[in-house]
Design a protein around this ligand. Structure first.
Ligand SMILES: Nc1ncnc2c1ncn2[C@@H]1O[C@H](COP(=O)(O)OP(=O)(O)OP(=O)(O)O)[C@@H](O)[C@H]1O
Ligand SMILES: [Mg+2]
Length: 327
């Protein structure tokens, strides 16, 4: 389609230096100390998607190796569909040749390390040891608990956190400014809510909204991302809890017909909205429990419309009970 990396904002605005990384201050500080010492241990980067794991690995490599960093940095994906043997062969081939830099080692960045079986991880551990003189491994994963202990104990562990809404919004403002685009505060709040700490998601949402509207507004965000407005979902639930089933159902209709949302997406948003409802925890727990059950039935192939109506009906009865208790 003639797209260049530069057209994709997540790549265009990937921080090039450790100083440019948003959030994760402790991690950045430790990594900068390694750069200064010109030495690094094997490392394990754990944390949710889009929080800077790959970004930090690349920034670290740039600062250690300089302009020619690519010759000393090899990125691999452990979940490579060609199999772990291909990954292992690639690692061995890469690790075997001497480092072409004056730091004395190369970096192998292994993404999705938690997708490896424990047998494959045991083999990886042996490879790490065998080549540790000339190679440092940075393993990236979402869950460190899925990495075997012998690897964990040989790595410095870095726990990446979901980014705060403030950090996400600051970064989006910066990007919009550089792109010469106007973005409203409501749009930024909506994106931060939808992205829940995933910067990749947030930047993609910003670019999607920017593609359909000159000024980046809240409406553009919801239209581009194809999700219902948070207020709309909460409004629907408030209506049904206060006894207005039909009003709630008409909002549900609008989400399905006009916005074209899937039942699964709607249930997911209902689940999130429950936490923001002005009701006591006991009733929240009951609603969450039922929402989980409905989600399961939908995934299993039950009639979506009936399940969504049944979910609203359950909210209705809970609302009635709350009313009875308070009188
Ligand atoms: N801490 C951050 N500061 C600034 N930008 C970030 C940060 N984290 C992520 N981003 C943005 O999101 C994009 C994706 O980030 P990155 O590749 O580092 O995520 P990741 O943590 O490796 O995620 P995954 O678990 O999916 O591999 C980057 O190109 C960058 O634009
Ligand atoms: Mg990554």
């Amino acid at each position: 389609m003639g797209w260049e990396m530069e057209d994709i904002w997540v790549e265009k605005y990937r921080p090039a230096t450790l100083d440019d990384v948003v959030g994760q201050p402790d991690i950045v500080e430790r990594l900068k100390a390694y750069v200064k010492a010109r030495n690094i241990p094997h490392m394990l980067f754990a944390g949710p998607p889009g929080t800077g794991k790959t970004t930090c690995a690349i920034a670290l490599a740039r600062e250690l190796f300089g302009d020619n960093w690519k010759a000393s940095f090899h990125e691999l994906n452990a979940s490579d569909e060609r199999g772990i043997d291909v990954v292992r062969t690639q690692i061995k081939e890469y690790a075997r040749t001497a480092p072409a830099n004056d730091v004395g080692f190369k970096i192998i960045f292994l993404d999705e390390a938690d997708s490896l079986t424990s047998e494959a991880q045991a083999a990886l551990r042996r490879t790490m040891e065998k080549f540790s003189r000339t190679c440092r491994f940075i393993l990236s994963c979402n869950y460190s608990s899925k990495i075997i202990d012998p690897i964990q104990s040989r790595c410095a562990i870095f726990r990446f956190r979901a980014l705060t809404d403030v950090d996400v919004k600051d970064r989006l403002r910066h990007i919009a400014e550089r792109e010469g685009r106007e973005v409203t505060e409501e749009a930024l709040n909506a994106i931060a809510y939808l992205a829940s700490g995933d910067m990749r998601k947030a930047i993609n949402f910003l670019q999607m909204a920017a593609a359909i509207s000159d000024k980046i507004t809240e409406d553009a965000v919801y239209q581009a991302t194809g999700v219902a407005k948070r207020e709309e979902v909460i409004g629907m639930l408030k209506h049904v809890l206060s006894g207005d089933f039909l009003k709630a159902r008409s909002i549900l209709d609008r989400m399905i017909v006009e916005l074209g949302l899937s039942a699964e997406d709607i249930v997911k948003q209902v689940h999130r909205a429950i936490y923001d409802l002005p009701i006591d925890d006991r009733h929240k727990v009951e609603l969450i429990d039922r929402t989980g059950e409905i989600e399961f039935r939908i995934v299993e192939g039950a009639n979506e419309r009936i399940q969504l109506d049944a979910l609203l009906a359950h909210f209705y009865f809970v609302g009635k009970r709350m009313e009875d208790q308070s009188t």
